[in-house]
Design a protein around this ligand. Structure first.
Ligand SMILES: CC(C)(COP(=O)(O)OP(=O)(O)OC[C@H]1O[C@@H](n2cnc3c(N)ncnc32)[C@H](O)[C@@H]1OP(=O)(O)O)[C@@H](O)C(=O)NCCC(=O)NCCS
Length: 202
């Protein structure tokens, strides 16, 4: 069992959070993707590229989608974020496009909380299934998804960071099982952030 941070709270992101999200995204890729993509991609203009990406994304975020932040009130830096896409996905399906815990705070339950928030948001939007893609060589993230019961399968090579990189799809055919795997800690944090648990008859 990882050491859990009890002070972490979740809240939906707004446009004022764009710079912080972009900075964490770049910092996380620099560490997690080192050796998996070229150093040039990670070391030259990554911060500017992520900021440009998130400026567009946050300004055009569909109402069905969610960017959820994890914050530690005692820290100045963002503790984590997840982006859940519902708009444009197949009926009943949600896609997690980004999930990052701050490098210094990995292994403290932030990923678990954010995945619970993603699952709750997807369920409230009428989804039953969820998936994401992960670099095949990102063994740490794959271990995390395994721990949450995700089913992993290789899906071939994709152009990323100027090279072809093998990727896997991780799927959860049952969102309730994903929520259960996130545990009470994850569920409590997601609910405290306002994620709905009223799924009606869906
Ligand atoms: C992947 C990531 C989001 C996980 O978040 P996290 O806050 O570190 O994970 P948690 O603390 O919530 O861990 C939940 C469970 O997964 C397990 N886990 C997490 N990282 C693990 C690892 N590297 N190896 C084995 N198990 C791991 C934990 O042990 C924990 O289980 P436990 O409570 O039974 O001990 C985070 O490590 C991260 O941001 N990585 C870099 C960015 C990245 O690769 N994102 C995914 C892109 S697809």
């Amino acid at each position: 069992m990882s050491t859990v941070l009890s002070s972490i709270a979740l809240r939906p992101a707004g446009t004022a959070d764009t710079s912080a999200i972009a900075a964490l995204h770049a910092a996380s890729w620099k560490l997690a993707y080192r050796g998996l993509v070229s150093d040039g991609f990670l070391d030259e203009g990554l911060e500017e590229g992520r900021l440009a990406h998130w400026l567009v994304r946050m300004a055009t975020l569909p109402a069905e989608d969610l960017v959820m932040l994890a914050e530690d009130p005692q820290a100045s830096m963002l503790a984590g974020f997840v982006y859940v896409m519902v708009a444009g996905q197949p009926e009943g399906h949600a896609y997690v496009d980004n999930l990052h815990a701050a490098p210094m705070l990995k292994g403290r339950g932030i990923g678990r909380r954010l995945m619970a928030a993603a699952a709750l948001h997807a369920m409230a939007a009428g989804c039953h299934t969820l998936s994401l893609t992960v670099l095949e060589g990102n063994l740490a993230a794959r271990a995390f998804y395994d721990r949450l019961g995700g089913m992993t399968q290789p899906i071939g090579e994709f152009s990323f960071g100027g090279a072809m990189v093998p990727e896997c799809r991780v799927s959860w055919p049952d969102l309730k099982a994903l929520l259960a795997a996130c545990g009470k800690q994850g569920m409590d944090a997601a609910q405290a952030a306002g994620a709905s648990t009223d799924f009606g008859s869906r």
